[in-house]
Design a protein around this ligand. Structure first.
Ligand SMILES: Cc1cc2nc3c(=O)[nH]c(=O)nc-3n(C[C@H](O)[C@H](O)[C@H](O)COP(=O)(O)OP(=O)(O)OC[C@H]3O[C@@H](n4cnc5c(N)ncnc54)[C@H](O)[C@@H]3O)c2cc1C
Length: 391
């Protein structure tokens, strides 16, 4: 949409081909329906947050930075707000408002939108021909492939762009899921399904017990393991998760000593109460039976009978709840696809193919992927802007 709107704004006759009956279906899911449309930071920080080929985007980010994204949307009438971690959202908290103004941008610039799937792309001399599912063949002297990655295929991104690019001789870097939930092996994990932990610190240790990732924030349990912002971020940093261990600090604001003092205070105050009742003051309900089981302290034991050793073990457990990690969920559940069209074969100043004159790429189809926080959409805006301004 960005690329098509920019091209049309320059007076070029532009056709946008979209296989879905609506535009921007994936956007509707972004930021849990709120669309974290960019990150309010400088270009250097944008690049730092694109672990795969961030430098390739330097030029595109200077041409269209997150500040330009914000003013672009403001000009279209979208009010925005900046939240924790410099994450930018529409003030309305509604992703559909982002889609609405983008459609306005596309339509008001005179883009002709055709809702049909592109099945094949050919080039005859200098002319591209796109064969559509509805039987039409669209011809043009420039072509931008912005078909997204392979994740959340229900939104339309089924990896078709890789097939088209490969046909034109482009190298496709092996794609894999990034920003994806992680499966855990522990038998108790499914019992915590849907449990949200709003403020925890996590660390991930490899098989040699070396800390390979640390973060703090929000996570949740699923039937198969763990997900949520800190877990998704971890998945883009730790590329192979097999035989790694996740440690969750359930009380990151308190040191072990302070937590011990807090628990002693509770135990003194409610000395005749049962362990399970007192734990409810400390933990979300769903976690109580799990912690009881792992602590090996009987649920009905009155807290004044709990030994010092048992209490110390409990403190350790609350600071180090551990889970064996197994594997990433499939690409279908990944927020982004890592891998794609090799950046070495694309000119960073224009997004034009170095192999096929007149062919351009934009967005997630390229071998670039970022952390959570609005960076992936910024890639799409910046690359789309550059491609649409260069065709
Ligand atoms: C659940 C979820 C939440 C996310 N949240 C955020 C967030 O808050 N912030 C953020 O920065 N990023 C987020 N992302 C990532 C972000 O949405 C993507 O990186 C971004 O949408 C990529 O844009 P794109 O235009 O390259 O591809 P897409 O948005 O995937 O668009 C590609 C379009 O091409 C169409 N298409 C594909 N093949 C064909 C074909 N053969 N013929 C016709 N049309 C075709 C598709 O139907 C689709 O509409 C999220 C992703 C998911 C899945």
């Amino acid at each position: 949409m960005m690329a098509a709107g920019m091209a049309a704004q320059r007076g070029l006759r532009t056709i946008l081909i979209e296989k879905n009956p609506v535009l921007g279906r994936k956007l509707l899911l972004t930021g849990k329906g709120r669309c974290n449309l960019t990150n309010y930071c400088e270009v250097d920080e944008l690049i730092e947050n694109i672990p795969v080929n961030g430098k390739f985007l330097t030029n595109a980010f200077y041409k269209f930075s997150s500040k330009e994204t914000i003013s672009f949307f403001n000009k279209l009438g979208l009010e925005i707000k900046v939240e924790r971690g410099k994450r930018v959202f529409p003030a309305s908290d509604k992703a559909k408002d982002v889609i609405e103004v983008l459609i306005k941008f596309v339509v008001s610039n005179g883009v002709n939108v055709i809702h049909s799937s592109a099945l094949d792309i050919m080039k005859f001399g200098k002319i591209f021909a796109v064969k559509l599912q509805n039987g039409e063949v669209i011809r043009g002297n420039k072509l931008i492939i912005a078909t997204g990655g392979k994740s959340y295929p229900g939104t339309g991104s089924t990896g078709d762009g890789y097939k088209f690019a490969r046909k034109f001789g482009h190298t496709i870097k092996k794609y894999k899921p990034s920003l994806v939930p992680i499966e855990a092996k522990h038998e108790w994990a499914p019992r915590a399904d849907e449990l949200l932990l709003k403020n925890v610190a996590i660390k991930i240790l490899d098989k040699n017990n070396k800390v390979v990732y640390k973060d703090s924030g929000e996570m949740f349990f699923t039937k198969f393991g763990v997900s949520g912002p800190v877990i998704l971020s971890a998945s883009s940093h730790v590329r192979n998760i097999k035989n790694h261990k996740l440690f969750i600090d359930l009380k990151p604001a308190l040191s072990e000593e302070k937590l011990d003092i807090r628990i002693q205070r509770d135990f003194n105050e409610y000395s005749r109460k049962q362990f399970k009742a007192v734990l409810k003051n400390l933990l979300p309900n769903k976690l109580v039976p799990i912690i009881i089981e792992l602590s090996k302290i009987p649920a009905r034991k009155q807290v004044h009978q709990i030994t010092k050793e048992e209490r110390k073990n409990l403190v350790f457990l609350l600071k180090n709840l551990s889970l064996k990690l197994d594997k990433f969920r499939s690409i279908k559940e990944a927020i982004v696809t890592s891998g794609g069209v090799d950046v070495k074969e694309i000119a960073p100043k224009t997004m034009e193919s170095k192999l096929v004159p007149g062919l351009y790429f934009a967005g997630e189809v390229i071998d670039v992927d970022g952390h959570t926080g609005g960076f992936n959409l910024q890639i799409a805006w910046s690359a789309g802007f550059v491609a649409g301004s260069s065709v």
